[in-house]
Design a protein around this ligand. Sequence first.
Ligand code: FES
Length: 164
Amino acid sequence: MNGTAEEPAMYDENRVRTLAAEGVRLGGSLLEVLHMVQNDLGYLDERVVPIIADMLNLSKAEVQGVISFYRDYREKPPAATVVKLCRAEACQAVGAERLVAYASKRLGIAIGESSADGQIGLEQVFCLGNCALGPSGMIGDRLIGRLDEAKLDSHLDPLLRSGG
Ligand code: FES
C-alpha cells in the first residue's frame, strides 16, 4: 500500500491506471478494483472514475453510483486520525451505541464525517475481534477495549488539544 489512513498517497494517474489494470488482469470485479485503488490512495478521488469506467467498460455513472452507494468507499481523503467505534452485537450489548452518541457529540461530527480541519474522523466498524473487551474501538492504529466516556476522553483530549 502506497498511502495510509494517516497519510494518503498523492494522486497519481499512472498509478491508478496500473492498479486498475492489475485488478482487471486478475479478473477483479468493480468492487475489487475500487478497493485496490482506495487501499492505495486512501480514498477514491473523482479523477479515478473515468479511468476505472474505461478499463472495465462501464459508464462513469455506474462507477460513481457504486462509489456513492457503498459506505466503505471514501470520496474524500481520510482524516489525519480516524476514531473507529465498533457497533457490532457484542459491543452493542455493553454500551457501544451510547459511546457512539457521546463521541459524535464530543467531536461535533456524525459517523462518516471528519472535523472541518480534516484532523479527526469518526467511523463505525462491525467487530474488531476484541469482543470480550467491548466496547471496542480504534484511535488511529491503536486498538482499545473497555471503552467508556472517560477512557475515550483520555484519548481524544490530547488529539483535540493538538488539533489532531
Ligand atoms: S463486536 Fe465489537 S469487537 Fe467484536
